[in-house]
Write a protein that binds this ligand. Structure first.
Ligand SMILES: [Fe+2]
Length: 244
């Protein structure tokens, strides 16, 4: 599971190389392939070439229809306008073909921000509760969801009594309890915001159901130089090494 690549080709390549070392059959991207960093075309090409299953993020949607970028902060907006100019019609066609929400193999819900809206966040308890309620109503039988958007790793669970709580990020592999529901965020590949700069991703196994959070170093200097060469806001380069 990968998310929030945000046009960071160096980080995406580093993650895909790591993934290749493991016996992983499928890569799923939880949205925001473009925006912020300097290689939108290359990231879209690579995801298509590798047959990565992707869902639509708010930046992907805004790159194809700029009116959706109106609520963005100024840095995100500037980078988005640049991305939109850089992407070809073909890239935009691909992005606009992506769905906000998708159920994989009848068992796993994939969404970017929240199932009903790619712009909404799951940061707090009430937001996690809302997603579990959505799953119980709209996708009965689906116990596990994966999402992105916050650029923060997270695991939320709902036990059989209906109590929702945040699970501490496991350092080792975590076996998911078959009686509980979960929503899980792998963190961000291309712009992690948890005070560490390495590209974050998640390895999920379905039999048995387990998760392992991973991170990998990448050539952050190269990603930064490209941002500066493209005359994107300098803070977008600075924040990569700080992981904010
Ligand atoms: Fe994002």
């Amino acid at each position: 599971m990968i998310s929030d690549v945000h046009s960071n080709l160096e980080a995406l390549k580093a993650v895909l190389e790591e993934i290749e070392k493991d016996d992983i059959s499928l890569v799923v991207n939880l949205g925001d392939l473009v925006g912020y960093n300097a290689n939108p075309k290359e990231c879209v090409d690579l995801v298509q070439k590798r047959k990565i299953i992707s869902i639509l993020g708010n930046h992907d949607r805004a790159a194809t229809e700029l009116k959706f970028a109106e609520g963005f902060n100024i840095l995100a907006y500037q980078a988005l306008v640049w991305s939109s100019k850089t992407l070809s019609k073909g890239h935009k066609k691909y992005l606009s073909s992506l769905e906000h929400t998708r159920v994989l193999w009848d068992r796993y819900l994939l969404f970017h921000g929240a199932p009903e809206n790619p712009e909404s966040y799951v940061f707090y308890l009430f937001q996690a509760k809302k997603v579990f309620n959505y799953m119980r109503k709209k996708t009965p039988g689906v116990r596990i969801g994966f999402f992105g958007h916050t650029h923060h790793r997270a695991v939320w669970k709902r036990d059989i009594r209906g109590k929702v709580s945040k699970v501490e990020i496991p350092e080792e592999q975590l076996v998911l309890d078959a009686e509980q529901m979960y929503i899980i965020n792998p963190g961000s590949v291309g712009q992690p915001r948890q005070q560490q700069w390495k590209a974050s991703y998640l390895v999920f196994t379905n039999e048995p159901e387990t998760i392992s959070f991973r991170s990998v170093a990448y050539d952050v200097q190269s990603a930064q130089s490209k941002i500066r060469e493209a005359h994107l806001p300098d803070y977008l380069a600075q924040r990569l090494e700080a992981g904010v």
